[in-house]
Design a protein around this ligand. Sequence first.
Ligand code: CAA
Length: 374
Amino acid sequence: MDLELTPDHAVFRASVREIAQGVVQPLAAEVDRDHRFPIEAIEAATQAGLMGVLIPREFGGAGLDALAFTICIEELAQACASTAVIVDVHTSVGTEPILLFGDDDQKRTWLPRLARGELLGAFALSEPSSGSDAASLKTTARRDRDGYVLNGTKVFITNIGHAGLYIVFARTGAESRAAGISAFIVPAETNGVRVGQVFHKMGLHGSPTGELVLEDVRVPAANRLGAEGQGFSVAMRALDSGRIGISGQALGIGQAAVDETRALMRERGHDEGDDFTLADMAARVESARLLAYHAAWRCSRGMRFTREASMSKLHCTDTAMQVAIDAVQVAGDEGTLSGSPFERHVRDAKALQIYEGSNQVQRVVIARELLRAG
Ligand code: CAA
């Protein structure tokens, strides 16, 4: 295994960095302060083709691999963690289920529009009474003539209100838990689809999160993704790669904290205590990066990567949290002021330890994978 990026990956990183540092980063403080959707950043990402990184060229995307996707999210998050999670959720759990489980018609209908950024993707799995235990979800999809009628409420939906399409998981059968769940493509404009409460979060203020309410939402059978009863596998497979994307987001926050701490120390002076802290921060981010890139590398090669993705998500997000807090400690009082990037990184990092499977869930997945192995 070659631990250097290929020339193609290095060139891609440089091109994303140009947009991230040139357009996205200058907006980050304002987006956070005003709790506003970073529309200019998303437009710049769209212009650069970043909304279709994983979508094959035949469907209008860039046709790049999981490592390129991780690098893309890492660079965006270093500039603005809100922008990064919008692009991440769109690209992974909001689009990949169609890529991986869609039939030809579904791919031809939806992927070009997702690749062009004409539609923003989102993922609707969690419910008020089912978060970590996703298989206990209650939303129903009742068979009706040539389609289904969906009813239920989904919560903590990233890209709420801005998404043009939701991948929705609902119960189609009487079978208990995972076996009764199916996945659907639900366009946001469908009658009965409504945005409920939009949440105020401690961080990631530019990334809208809220409730998706489904009231007698009629979708054609052609919008079911995969077979009836296959929905839980669709969700779990999408989350496996989604967790690599969240790792990239964590790396970006962690790297930003390291770089800003280093810049502050150079400018202001530093003692040995600061030096030790900076060294630990940088070593932690670098080790987390290796785990994330390894998981992405396995995914790109078609190898099993469930365990590696969960290890990466666990370690990268814990690292981002730790490093963000360490950076405030070095910065001192200045780092605690509202509007300082140091305090923003702390607020932004926390949700990463919770969404796309809390870090407790990652430990469940890792332990099961370890015990399953021969
Ligand atoms: N890939 C494909 N299929 C899989 C899979 C995987 N990685 N893992 C499980 N499955 C399938 C299998 O077919 C399995 O059946 P078998 O027993 O025949 O193998 C079936 O799913 C059921 O699997 P489990 O018995 O493991 O299911 P479980 O109920 O015990 O699940 C869990 C346990 C891993 C904790 C799971 O519930 C889980 O991942 N929970 C967290 C959910 C989550 O991450 N939610 C985040 C929502 S998105 C978000 O955060 C916000 C946003 O907008 C992005």
